[in-house]
Design a protein around this ligand. Structure first.
Ligand code: ASP
Length: 582
């Protein structure tokens, strides 16, 4: 028997009992005639004591030699501690060791295994197995486990069946590049790793499995923006015989359950907002509604004077920053520099200080009088003491820029509180999105998303105006889930492919299996997928998903621990009939 108890288990009530503990040497304190070892395992730390008087000199000598992270087994008696440590659950006791076995030695770890380690990100990733011994990482993994168990419990209780779908498949259209896997047995042919199980879950609906879920890895070969992983986990779900309303209610239920069980937060009904409103009021299809600062469109109240910058702009739009009228010239200049950074890309920023005495002071006083500025304040909802920040230009671009500024200011003002939760359904997404470069339309969600009833004809005349039965669940400014009601009719699906620029032959070659299946009584169906990594990190009150993944990849998509991706040898390439052209 390696252990009778864990290192996090023993309390005053155990005093007097004989125990065996196993774990890692966390720390050694040597006082000459007595030495203490903090023994650590997943469950906590227990203090071991080696005492030449109460046990033996040999044992004490042995303990003194113990290096950090040595794996040991210690047998002894639980005794009351002379100086108790109220900061840890085992702080009332210690174990007087009578037998010590070294189970394994350890090299000196490249960073300290402490909550606040001296190890930088790179070194911790290289030795991730040591990093996982640290509380912050370990606790995040345990937290993730709790979330996925609650997901499974809830969905299973609702009658959902967990079905696995294959990883070696044909391309799925989620808008990214596929990771490809050469097939040795089928010369010159490749599998694609699923960007999501989308087509399979729809086929499961045709198969009559009317409530499906799976916690599943998805693979997308995208240029890695901050906090994206090439492989990530989805809670993937699909239901048959449902309308949008059924899906929203079911998964609102799941999210409420998680917020309650995991965070103890009770949220009543989730608000809903159309995509158009989200863009107009927040410049963003995933608005953080934990705080205000809604956009105020100023065209009608700002385009009547000689200020050409505004007069020539498609959109003039502002936000009122609470309590920021006191910003100094220097602080405002820094803000202007911030919006002019290439990442944001604004040409400049106009501001209005709404003074406490009700007067206004702006950077465009030359063009606008107090009465004008009062109207701006009204439109942006500014109160005395606020600062109005105004951007202008092309509507879409300006909205995105002001959205970035809104988020930045909210962060600076401490308005993005990690323990406040503001879910929001964004509904009525456009079906198609215009690719400015190629001038062609592609599916905003994916090609299987159904248009709103009665809007199919619009596809011919005004494709950009067609709205979809598609929805996103947003939590604290992050898209945590997205889905749609699907097309289940072969003809409509064929029309959709046509509008997306597929010839009938291309559509058949790529998605013939789905169209075929639709001929055999496909039920109306729809679904959603949640990004588990992000959901867990938001529930955990943190921003980076990497902290909640046991073995994540870095920003260049590398696993620095196992050193992947890596070259493969000639023989292996040959077997796959692959020649490299580097
Ligand atoms: N497959 C979609 C995605 O990964 C989700 C869905 O439509 O259910 O975004």
């Amino acid at each position: 028997m390696y252990r009778s108890n864990t290192c996090g288990e023993l309390r005053a009530s155990h005093i007097g009992s004989e125990v065996i503990l196993s774990g890692w040497v966390h720390k050694l304190r040597d006082k000459g005639f007595v030495a203490w070892v903090d023994l650590r395992d997943r469950y906590g730390i227990t203090q071991l004591v080696f005492d030449e008087e109460r046990t033996s000199k040999e044992l004490l000598e042995q303990a003194r030699e113990l290096g950090r992270e040595t794996v040991i087994q210690a047998k002894g008696q639980v005794i009351e501690r002379a100086s108790k440590n109220p900061n840890i659950p085992t702080g009332e006791i210690e174990v007087l060791v009578t037998e010590l076995t070294i189970l394994n030695t350890s090299l000196l770890p490249p960073f300290t295994i402490e909550d606040d380690t001296d190890g930088g990100e790179d070194i911790r990733m290289k030795y991730r197995y040591l990093d996982i011994r640290r509380n912050p990482v370990k606790n995040n993994l345990i937290f993730r486990h709790k979330v996925s168990m609650e997901v499974r419990k809830y969905l299973s209780d609702q009658g959902f069946i967990d079905v696995e779908t294959p990883y070696l498949i044909k391309s799925t259209p989620e808008g990214a590049r596929d990771f490809l896997v050469p097939s040795r047995m089928n010369e010159g042919q490749f599998y694609a790793l699923p960007q999501s199980p989308q087509t399979f879950k729809q086929l499961l609906m045709v198969g009559g499995m009317d409530k499906y879920f799976q916690i599943v890895k998805c693979f997308r070969d995208e240029d890695l923006r901050a906090d994206r992983q090439p492989e990530f986990t989805q809670i993937d779900c699909e239901m048959a015989f449902v309308e949008q309303e059924d899906i929203l209610n079911t998964f609102e239920g799941l999210t409420k359950h998680l917020l309650k069980e995991i965070k103890g937060v009770d949220i009543q009904e989730f608000p809903r907002m159309t995509y158009d409103d989200a863009m107009r009021l927040y410049g963003n299809d995933k608005p953080d509604i934990r705080f205000g600062m809604q956009f105020g469109e100023l065209n009608t109240v700002a385009q009547h004077k000689d200020f050409n910058v505004f007069n020539t702009a498609e959109l003039v739009v502002g936000i009122a920053v609470p309590g920021a009228s006191e910003y100094t010239r220097k602080e405002i200049d820094a803000l202007i520099d911030w919006v002019k950074r290439p990442q944001v890309g604004a040409k400049g920023m106009v501001y209005v200080k709404c003074n406490e005495d009700g007067s206004y002071k702006s950077s465009v006083d030359k063009f606008y009088d107090q009465e004008d500025l009062a109207k701006w304040a009204e439109v942006t909802g500014a109160n005395p003491g606020d600062l109005i920040c105004v951007l202008s230009g092309d509507a879409n671009v300006t909205r995105a820029q002001l959205s970035a500024l809104r988020m930045e200011l909210a962060t600076r003002l401490g308005l993005r509180k990690p323990n406040e939760f503001a879910p929001l359904w964004v509904v009525d997404f456009p079906l198609l999105e215009l690719d400015e470069e190629t001038g062609t339309y592609h599916a905003m969600h994916h090609p299987f998303t159904s248009p709103k009833p009665g809007q199919l004809e619009l596809l011919e005349t005004d494709p950009g105006a067609v709205k979809a039965n598609a929805y996103d669940l947003v939590l604290n400014g992050n898209e945590i889930g997205g889905g749609s009601i699907r097309i289940h009719d072969k003809e409509i699906q064929a029309t959709m492919f046509k509008h997306l620029g597929f010839t009938p032959e291309e559509a058949k070659a790529q998605f013939g299996f789905l169209m075929d299946a639709f001929q055999y009584g496909a039920p109306p169906h729809g679904g959603i997928a949640f990004g588990l990594d992000r959901l867990v990190s938001i529930l955990g009150g943190q921003e980076t998903i990497r902290d909640f993944i046991a073995f994540p990849k870095n920003n260049s998509g590398r696993d620095v621990m196992i050193d992947a991706p890596a070259k493969i040898d000639e023989a292996q390439l040959k077997e796959l009939h692959i020649k490299l052209d580097l």
